[in-house]
Design a protein. Structure first.
Lengths: 402, 244
């Protein structure tokens, strides 16, 4: 095929002047590499966000006693959040599926035989399991009966279990929380890391009533965990809960909230955090280097049209049509951007993998950046190649040969 | 075979019109060896460009193998050049980075039908100019005379109707020049139509007919009674050099 022979001529011209070809490629390589890294990091971030959101619960809203803007654990000594608040949320807010109240105390001294560790204890209402979608992997959950009888039973997170009992099966064993003995009735499912980086699996769960009266000795709770029916309504329901609690706690501006509300949507925002801004910055950089690379490519091609006047004139004399010359030059520019794209993708992958190793943040390698890069390469190659190719084709053979 | 009738060529720059060719007419039959002579500024190069279908006249008709090129568009002229004309330039015009063989094959790239035996044809053309042992050399590794012989092989590969040479010895020493002229004479003996454009009477006298241009017109059109023998000249020059 004539077109293949012409393409081959273009390839020979590129191979014949490797330094020039490299400079033509440099912009594309950098741009595509940056693009690949951005997409890999972006996807990695999204994966991390989804992991966080899933760990928190996709349909979950958390009300925490104490104000403050950050997603912080409940402040000690805040007594304003009460079981009546939880009941009001359950009965007065639409779209709510489950409400599970609980009270948390951090760093409680726990003993099992000779082992003693500091662990966060959560005293939970029976609905807590459903509200968190977090059940007993082994043994039994905290029940309504446990709460009504103020039973001294507990469930261990998997890390708490190994902290206290090593590889031994803890179910049926006793532990000591403060001065009270508790029987281990189950092991909680694995849950991973909290949005604040806390180990969900290093926890001990006891009945809410037992906790409030016998362990913490308090008449207030620290958290209300709400599960909504439809995750799309999560932000509006969070707003309604805020309003309800404002009324119940008689809070009006400028008085500050004595509680904080976080939803799955807030967690996602927080997890994206700075990486979102960084992604936009990198994307702008990639776009810029593709643009600059394209302009450099066009300029080098234009210069080379001038330098190669004699070659063009000779080819025309030997029978090349204007179309042949146009196609050869366009082919050269396209080859440059496509080879640059492949090199850029490989470089981008290498950088992504290195970044994943160094920062230990997830990076997802996928085919999409490659497809996008190919599209970019074609667009840049054609857009910046047409003008020089047209100029080459329009050279009059008589003048070109002079 | 070649028929020029009242060819005019006038260059226009703004309002200034410069007539370069004024009513050139002649015929060249197949198998002729013609030299077109003239001092610089007589329209020699312009005529050569028109004969080579690189440029169109502003008036008159030029028939090549019964095709009137005046009516053809750019693409058709390109195909005509590819199929019917073999160019030999003063500056050789070889691609620096390609081997001699690739240079010879270059016109075939632009042929409508790419011949499967392109390589064999190129090797044959290289043999015809005596460069069988230089196929894979780059132009920079060849002498001027050898480069011009590669260019002749390139001109021959499409088996063109005419071989059109523009000052083919202008960049060569006298021995290499004589060798190139000897190749032309040999090709002529084999029946090829050759037109050499030159300012040098000694070069022109190798041809069988000389057309002299003056002020854009044909001043003289004479057969050469006794063309010079390039082969003998080349041999003599080579012997002289060897005895030095």
């Amino acid at each position: 095929m004539r077109i293949l022979r012409i393409a081959q001529e273009g390839a020979r011209a590129l191979a014949g002047n490797k330094l020039r070809t490299f400079f033509m490629m440099a912009g594309t390589i950098v741009g595509i590499a940056a693009l690949t890294v951005i997409l890999a990091v972006g996807k990695g971030t999204e994966k991390k966000v989804m992991k966080r959101v899933n760990a928190f619960g996709t349909r979950a809203i958390m009300v925490t006693a104490g104000g403050g803007k950050g997603f912080s654990p409940p402040q000690e000594g805040i007594t304003t959040l009460r079981l009546e608040d939880a009941e009001a949320v359950r009965t007065q807010i639409g779209g709510v599926d489950v409400v599970g109240s609980f009270a948390v105390k951090r760093g409680m001294s726990i003993k099992a035989g000779v082992n003693q560790v500091q662990i966060t204890v959560m005293a939970v209402a029976p609905e807590w399991h459903d509200a968190w979608e977090w059940y007993a992997a082994d043994g039994d959950p905290i029940t309504a009966e446990d709460n009504s009888t103020m039973a001294r039973v507990c469930l261990l997170g998997t890390l708490s279990a190994s902290d206290l009992f090593g590889s031994q099966n803890p179910i049926g064993e006793d532990i000591q929380i403060g001065n009270a003995r508790f029987r281990v009735k189950g092991i909680l499912e694995l849950r991973g890391t909290s949005p604040t980086g806390e180990e969900f699996d290093r926890r001990i769960v006891i009945p809410l009533t037992t906790g409030m009266r016998r362990v913490f000795n308090q008449d207030y709770i620290t958290n209300i965990r709400v599960k909504v029916r439809d995750s799309r309504q999560i932000e509006s329901i969070a707003g309604e809960i805020r309003q309800l609690l404002h009324e119940r706690h008689h809070i009006a501006p400028p008085k500050e909230d004595d509680f904080a509300i976080f939803s799955a949507a807030d967690i996602a925002k927080m997890a994206r955090g700075i990486s979102g801004t960084l992604t936009y910055l990198l994307a702008a950089l990639a776009g810029l280097s593709l643009l600059v690379g394209g302009i450099v490519l066009m300029n080098i091609l234009l210069i080379s049209v001038g330098e190669r006047k004699k070659e063009i004139g000779l080819r025309r004399a030997l029978g090349a049509t204007q179309g042949d010359i146009f196609r050869q030059f366009l082919m050269e520019s396209l080859s440059v951007t496509i080879i640059g794209m492949v090199a850029g993708s490989v470089l981008g992958w290498a950088v992504s993998i290195a970044m994943a190793r160094l920062t230990q943040s997830p990076v997802v390698i996928s085919w999409e950046p490659f497809a996008l890069a190919l599209a970019f390469a074609l667009v840049v190659g054609v857009f910046f190649g047409v003008q020089p190719a047209r100029r080459a084709a329009r050279l009059r053979p008589v003048e070109a040969l002079r | 075979m070649i028929e020029l009738a009242q060819i005019d060529k006038t260059y226009t720059a703004g309002t200034v019109q410069t007539p370069v060719l004024k009513g050139i007419s002649f015929k060249i039959e197949a198998g002729e060896y013609v030299a077109i002579m003239g001092a610089s500024g007589t329209g020699k190069s312009t005529l050569m460009n028109i004969l080579g279908c690189l440029d169109k006249p502003t008036g008159g008709h030029y028939r090549l193998d019964d095709i009137d090129m005046v009516n053809l568009d750019d693409d058709a002229l390109s195909h005509l050049r590819n199929g019917k004309i073999g160019f030999v330039f003063q500056q050789f015009h070889l691609l620096d980075r390609a081997t001699a063989l690739r240079n010879v094959m270059l016109p075939l790239i632009y042929a409508n039908e790419y011949s499967d035996d392109a390589r064999q044809r190129a090797e044959k053309a290289m043999a015809a100019v005596g460069l069988t042992d230089r196929m894979t050399y780059k132009p920079s590794q060849l002498s001027g005379g050898q480069q011009q012989r590669v260019a002749i092989a390139r001109a021959l590969i499409t088996n063109p109707a005419i071989l059109l040479a523009d000052e083919p010895t202008g960049n060569l020493d006298s021995t290499s020049g004589a060798e190139v002229m000897a190749i032309f004479q040999r090709l002529h003996r084999d029946g090829r139509t050759i037109i050499v454009v030159t300012h040098d009477r000694a070069v022109a006298e190798h041809a069988n007919r000389i057309i002299v241009l003056k002020d854009g017109m044909v001043a003289e059109d004479q057969p050469v009674a006794q063309p010079r023998n390039a082969e003998a000249e080349a041999r003599a020059l080579a012997e002289k050099e060897a005895s030095k």
